[in-house]
Structures are given as C-alpha cells and as structure tokens.
Ligand binder design. Structure first.
Ligand code: FCB
Length: 443
C-alpha cells in the first residue's frame, strides 16, 4: 500500500513513551452468530422489519468468529499496542462461549498486542432488561466469570460502552435495541447500567484487576446562540449526555435534580452512588463530534439518522461550515481539545488519566483520504489537550473493520480495513497504512 503520499505533510507531534495506540471493535458488530451465540436484544430488534435501514442482520457480520486469526494478523501488521474488543454476554452464556474469548485473547497476546475487553457493548442477552435493577447484579456475576477465565492474560478492562447512547437510543428514542420509546421514563435504564458498572468494578478488583475503566461517549455541547433559552437548552443537553454519566462515575454524585428522578428512595440511590463512584484507574472517552443545541422548536428533528420528537426540551441544530462524514456528522477536531480541557476543569483531581476509547468516521472507499484527514486532525487535537495539561494515556480508532453499524446496517463504513460483505474479504484502506506509520513514528 502506498502510504507515503497518504501521509499529511506536517510532522506529527511526539507522544510520550508508553502511550497506547489501539483500535476498537465490538462483538455484535463483527462476530456473527456462529458458534452457539445465544440471542441478544439486538437479534430480536433486527428481526423486526424496518428497524435496520438496509434490512440486514448481524448473523454473519464480518464472521470474525471464524476469521479472528486473520483479523489478529491485521492487528499485528498494523503494529498497534492494544486491541479493544467486546465480550458478548449472550455468547458467554452459551455452551462453550468463553472458549472463543480464550482463543482470541491467546491469539492477540501471541501477536504482541494487549487485549482490552469491554464487558458490555449493547448486546444484552434476550430476556434481560436494564429497566430491572436485578440486571446489574446479573452483570456483575457474568463479569466475575469472564475475569476468572481471562484475568491471567487481560490486564486492562472496560466495564460498559456508552451507557448514555444505550439509554438514549435504545430506551428513550427506540431507534436501537431494545426499541423502547420511553423518553424520560428511560432513566432507570441509565441508573441500572451505572450500578452495573460500579458492581463490575468491584467484581474485577475482587478478581485481582488493577487497570479498570469505562468507555463513556462525550462531546462538547454548543448553545445555538447567546439567547438564554438556547443556553438553558444546551446546558440541559450537556447534563443528559455528559454530566449524568460522568458525574456519578467520577464524583459519586448525580448532577443537581437528577438523583430524584432515579429509581429507589433517596437512601437507596445514595447507597448505589457509593458503588457507582468506585475509583477508576482511567476514564475512557468516545468522541465523534460536538452537538449544537437550542431551545425546542416544536417540531420533530432529523439528526444523525435519528428522529427527535417535538416534545423534548431542546432541539439539535446543524453545525455549519464544517465538512460532514458520510453519516452526516460534522468534522470538528478541536472539539476533542475543548472536551478534554473542559473535563479537566470540571472534574479536577477526580478525573483519572484519560484514554480515547473510540474516535473515527464513516467514509466509503479504499483511498480514504477523508478518514486520514479526520484522524490526523483528531490526533493533533488530542495532543493539544495533552500540552494543555490533560493526562491522556491512549487513543483507539473506531474501527479496525467495516462492520454492522447498528440501525444503519452495513451502510456506514468506519473501518481502517474494508470488508466485502459478500465475500468477507478484508482489504486494508489507505488509512490503515497511515495509522501504521503514525504508530511506528509515535514510538
Ligand atoms: C459508537 C458505538 C460504536 C459505533 C460507533 C460509530 O457510539 O460505541 O459501537 O457504533 O459509535
């Protein structure tokens, strides 16, 4: 692959020794259902007509279950330090399911790459429900089983992926599994996931883990104008997507007014927060773009493939003058600097070292210069945050492979490696060569 002319001309700033370069994937998006994977809420959701835009399913996806050796070889060639993947709870619940992760972890370690499993990336076993408190306890049991089996080779763990998106898209707006449209009645799903996170931290520590984090999605919220109604709406959105998930994890408290909305008596919620606020070794941030938010406009809004109902107390506005990815998401690298310095200012000493656990973009094509430009801009923006004093220890690109992009099906391609979903052939894109060079020079 001709990587040299794909390299942007400006030299990349130096990152500290030991900085972790990696790529991310998730089980449901790449593995396929082979090998007795039990059904998850996503299998049920996908089976309902009209739920996934191209009518596809994740039954085969990238068939990573059978082709994981080839995929690990791609990781090895890429030269990354770490591989973030997720463990599928319904697979672990199936006979022999853990054997797959055993083999995968062995293969990743043999390639000289650190395995970084996420223990929940949205594929809840069918029959379980985050509206039920008991699901948190069930999660902790499953986490103990996984840690008992893989803990001799896995050092770095991620409890949950993006409880905010899973609550919002899956339980409030109904565009992801399990497809509920509860709006603010979805909040118990957030609380129970956060509780599951805290219980999982304890379970991992009990199994000897010393390097535990979470992958929360965050982005700056920009008010549509200086108008007080717009500012208020933007603050509310920030509370919902950022603070409601970062505050309890980092400070053991919900933002003012939020705790009262959570299930349980004040005493019970306070006791849960003790668990949720269990100190972390690092904090994972998934960053894609900022959101521009204004006062409600009394009408439905189409935003990033999602229809936002008119009754929400905010409206999402277009960020103008920016290139857009194929998904329609604006490209705003400096939003990452703003986000990280803002977190440092907001949380101070409560913020442990940060790892960017996801960042990436969807574009078509093998000669994906747009993706190179996106990643290049974001890596530089990350470095600026580090120069401004934010302690960042790693950066993971979403994603190694093109994959099943949830309700968008196979229409959105986020991979450094192209996957032909008919033949399942993998072909590295130009960005793969670019990232390989970056990792090499970064060291
Ligand atoms: C994140 C998800 C990940 C992928 C990217 C594009 O919100 O964690 O699975 O879908 O977006």
């Amino acid at each position: 692959m001709a990587t040299d002319d794909a390299m942007p001309a400006r030299p990349m700033p130096r990152f500290p020794d030991g900085f972790l370069w990696g790529v991310s994937t998730s089980a449901h998006q790449i593995e396929g259902a082979a090998g007795l994977r039990g059904p998850s809420v996503w299998d049920a959701f996908t089976a309902e007509p009209g739920r996934v835009k191209d009518g596809s399913t994740a039954d085969v996806a990238c068939d990573h279950y059978h082709r994981y050796r080839e995929d690990v070889a791609l990781l090895a060639d890429l030269g990354v330090d770490a591989y973030r993947f997720s463990v599928s709870w319904p697979r672990v619940d199936s006979r022999g399911g853990l054997d797959f992760y055993d083999r995968l972890v062995d293969e990743v370690c043999a390639a000289g790459v650190r395995p970084v499993p996420t223990l929940f990336h949205w594929d809840l076993p069918a029959g379980l429900d985050w509206l039920e408190r008991d699901t948190a306890a069930r999660f902790a049991e499953y986490v103990s089983v996984v840690a008992g089996r893989l803990g001799d080779r896995v050092g770095k763990w991620i409890t949950l992926n993006e409880p905010a998106e899973h609550t919002l898209l899956g339980h409030a707006l109904g565009v992801h599994a399990p497809g509920r449209k509860l709006l603010f009645d979805a909040l118990p799903a957030a609380h129970h996931q956060l509780l599951a996170h805290g219980l999982a931290v304890r379970a991992l520590r009990a199994a000897g883990a010393t390097d535990v984090g979470i992958a929360n999605s965050h982005g700056p919220t920009w008010p549509a104008s200086g108008d007080p109604a717009d500012r208020e709406a933007a603050e509310f959105y920030d509370l919902l997507l950022n603070r409601m998930f970062a505050d309890p994890v980092l400070t053991g408290r919900y933002p003012e007014g939020v705790g009262e909305l959570m299930p349980g008596s004040p005493g019970e919620v306070a006791a849960d927060l003790e668990i949720i606020g269990e100190p972390l070794d690092w904090y994972g941030v998934n960053y894609y773009a900022p959101t521009r938010v204004g006062a409600p406009q009394g009408a439905e809004i189409e935003f990033g493939g999602v229809t936002l109902p008119a009754e929400l107390p905010f409206s999402v506005r277009e960020i103008e003058g920016r290139p857009l990815t194929d998904f329609g998401w604006p490209v705003v690298p400096e939003g990452l600097t703003e986000l990280l310095t803002g977190f440092r200012d907001r949380y101070g000493d409560r913020l442990p070292p940060v790892v960017i656990t996801e960042n990436g973009c969807s574009y078509e094509g093998l000669d994906d210069r747009d993706r190179i430009a996106y990643l290049d801009g974001h890596v530089r923006a990350l470095h600026r945050a580090m120069e401004a004093g934010v302690d960042v220890r790693g950066y993971f690109v979403w994603s190694l492979l093109d994959n099943f992009e949830w309700a968008e099906g196979y229409a959105r391609r986020f991979g450094l490696v192209h996957v032909d979903f008919t033949t399942l052939e993998r072909t590295p894109k130009a960005s793969y060569g670019w990232f390989r060079d970056l990792v090499r020079h970064g060291r």
